[in-house]
Design a protein around this ligand. Structure first.
Ligand code: ADP
Length: 497
């Protein structure tokens, strides 16, 4: 089984959120099952600074306004082959994966990520010096959504899987840009990638791939509904009804292990939590929190509307009044940052804020906290609630998406719904009651720490899916060799919408 895994982030090279973690962990876990999986991603400056040597395996011409580019090959730790799209005018820039240092998206993200998708499709078509072609093309989120589309338009003999990590990011670009991306004119329609007069990279991936997955069973149901389907619920509902949508929860990597976490002041495990108390002391000092005996509530998050941090701000006075403290680490929307800064000033010594992306601090806050606040309005899977449980930190989370699937209410954490401050306070009150009952607290911590969030489980599920699709593909091509070829008809989006 050979698979090309197309992504825009990788935790060891450049990460802005969960996709980076998944891109690092899932291919490694799949290789352990014997799957020949290889990663393709853009050669950002931080990538080029970290991986060497790179062998150039293809010079490509570009298409439309997509400039010529090279494909380089190298290897990641653990022996995972990595292919890089080397297009200096598109990827050699300061900043993060999607935008500049000012936090704004690059204006030519359509060209940048069309180039990534183009490279993926050209690998699937077969590059002579590479000598390798995948059975399965696995695209992730809008950034690689055009890859299954090119593969379909060019009638490539590859089966494609599209994974939605967050339907809120769709990659919408003006229709007049589509010819620049080598999108055939007939594809700019409802039965194609058109979405409200824009070209949607995500819809392209959903529409043209053979199978759709998302990162939890509950989110798989939620994206077929109007409130959480991002306007694509009709199309996705049709795909689900045809048995082509699967929810596979993410895992967390071995770097999340309190027994050997280099970022912690002291190791700990379920049998001895002294190190957790030491981490709490470190965090209280680092975030200027008063010495205290009450519970510490942690937050590690992108600071965006999705994550419901306004609910944390609304609930904070109640939490503080009951003797709790809140330690927050995050970065993102300047308005959310300003709101939390104001909160920390109003509750000096009780609410501490560190703005920034800081991996060691993320580990320390998760280790230090008694409870972990996650009132996300929606959450496709979420990783931090799993990281928290592995460290004996009980999540308090909105019952949605992957949070509903990975937290057992009253056993390994606390779930509440709907997502409002009153319900969050109610769940926090239950947490205070558990904190006061040391036996119950210890039992819940043990149950949380015993949970298996290893990537080996999800890797098996993806491998089974790849195998099913590959079988399906080979029986289909055997049929097409011996029978009259009937073009596959698809349910038009308008019929299922
Ligand atoms: P999302 O992908 O929506 O941002 P997830 O919970 O799926 O949320 O994944 C977030 C990942 O990024 C986790 O590994 C978390 O520990 C990490 N993370 C989030 N914010 C920060 C931060 N400010 N500093 C360091 N790591 C962070």
């Amino acid at each position: 089984m050979s698979v090309l895994f197309v992504t825009s982030e990788h935790a060891e090279l450049l990460k802005s959120g969960g996709l980076g973690d998944i891109s690092a962990a899932l291919p490694r876990a799949l290789r352990e099952t014997g799957c020949d999986i290889r990663i393709l991603m853009p050669a950002y400056p931080s990538v080029l600074a970290k991986v060497r040597p790179i062998t150039i395996v293809a010079h490509r011409k570009g298409r439309g306004a997509i400039p010529p580019y090279l494909i380089g090959a190298t290897e990641l730790s653990g022996g995972v082959p990595l292919y890089l799209v080397l297009a200096p005018t598109l990827f050699q820039r300061d900043g993060a994966a999607y935008g500049g240092p000012d936090g704004r998206d690059h204006a030519d993200n359509d060209l940048r990520f069309a180039c990534l998708s183009l490279a993926a499709a050209e690998i699937c078509a077969g590059l002579p010096r590479l000598g390798w072609r995948p059975d399965i093309l696995h695209a992730h989120d809008w950034v690689s959504g055009l890859a299954p589309a090119y593969a379909r338009w060019w009638k490539l003999p590859v089966r494609s899987v599209m994974t939605i990590h967050n339907i809120a990011h769709q990659g919408l670009f003006p229709y007049h840009r589509m010819p620049d991306l080598d999108v055939p004119p007939e594809a700019f329609s409802l039965d194609g990638l058109e979405f409200h007069l824009h070209g949607s990279f995500l819809k392209a991936g959903i529409y043209y791939s053979d199978h759709l997955t998302t990162v939890s069973p509950t989110y798989a149901e939620e994206i077929t509904t109007e409130p959480l389907g991002g306007g694509l619920h009709g199309l996705i509902g049709g795909i689900a009804a045809a048995g082509r949508l699967t929810g596979i929860p993410n895992g967390i990597g071995e770097e999340w292990n309190p027994a050997r976490d280099p970022y912690l002041p002291a190791a700990f495990d379920a049998g001895n939590l002294d190190g957790k108390a030491e981490a709490a002391e470190v965090i209280r000092t680092a975030l200027c929190l008063d010495p205290a005996e009450g519970p510490l509530f942690g937050v590690v998050s992108r600071l965006v509307h999705q994550k419901g941090l306004d609910l944390v701000a609304e609930a904070a006075a109640e939490i503080v009044a009951r003797g709790g403290q809140i330690a927050i680490l995050g970065t993102g929307d300047p308005q959310v940052e300003a709101m939390l800064l104001d909160l920390s000033r109003r509750h000096r010594g009780k609410v501490g804020l560190m703005v920034g992306f800081n991996e060691p601090m993320a580990h320390r806050i998760i280790a230090a906290s008694d409870f972990f606040l996650m009132p996300s309005r929606f959450e496709p899977c979420g990783l931090t609630q799993m990281q928290a449980q592995r460290y004996g930190t009980l999540p308090i989370a909105h019952r949605t998406g992957g949070l509903a699937d990975t937290i057992e209410d009253g056993e390994t954490g606390f779930l509440f719904a709907p997502a409002d401050a009153g319900e969050l306070i109610g769940a926090a009150e239950r947490a205070f009651a558990v904190f006061a009952d040391k036996d119950r607290l210890a039992a819940m911590r043990r149950a949380a720490m015993a949970k298996d969030f290893a990537w080996s489980g999800p890797a098996k599920a993806y491998k089974a899916l790849y195998a099913r699709l590959a079988d399906d593909g080979s029986s289909r091509s055997a049929r097409s060799r011996s029978l009259t070829v009937v073009p596959k008809t698809r349910t038009p989006a308008s019929k299922v919408a």
